[in-house]
Design a protein. Structure first.
Length: 138
């Protein structure tokens, strides 16, 4: 039974790889996340299909926003845009699996997930949950 699933996954990854090599825009999206971290597994699979780490990140951000017609509101960090952030343990441009090691999630300027102290870290937590953002980098 596992061999059947393995073949199915390999076939789909090959399909994505061929489209990527042809220059087709690859985007990430889902409506069926069962548990925290499932989305990151999908990102890892895109990388397994041949996307560069940066293209994996773009598939989940600006390219996904463009695909659903929301690029004027979300998908980039820019003045006037709505932005949520994840902070991860590691550099996703070196190790795509870092996208699954989420430390903090900031949504609409408020920290909604904070695992910094679960990890035994020494980063000071913000008392009210807000995150002061620096001016946008151009």
């Amino acid at each position: 039974m596992l061999d059947g699933y393995r073949h199915k996954i390999e076939t789909k990854l090959d399909f994505v790889r061929r489209f990527y090599e042809l220059g087709a825009p690859i985007v990430m999206g889902t409506d069926a996340i069962q548990q925290f971290g499932d989305y990151a597994l999908g990102l890892e699979l895109l990388h397994s299909a041949g996307l560069s780490p940066m293209d994996v990140i773009l598939a989940a951000t600006s390219r996904a926003a463009h695909a659903v017609g929301s690029e004027s509101e979300v998908g980039m960090v820019r003045p006037g845009m709505h932005a949520d952030f994840i902070f991860v343990d590691g550099d996703p441009l070196v190790d795509v699996q870092a996208l699954g090691r989420v430390i903090s999630v900031v949504q609409a300027g408020r920290t909604v997930v904070d695992k910094r102290f679960d990890m035994g870290g020494t980063i000071p937590a913000l008392i009210d949950g807000t995150v002061p953002l620096a001016p946008a980098i151009h």
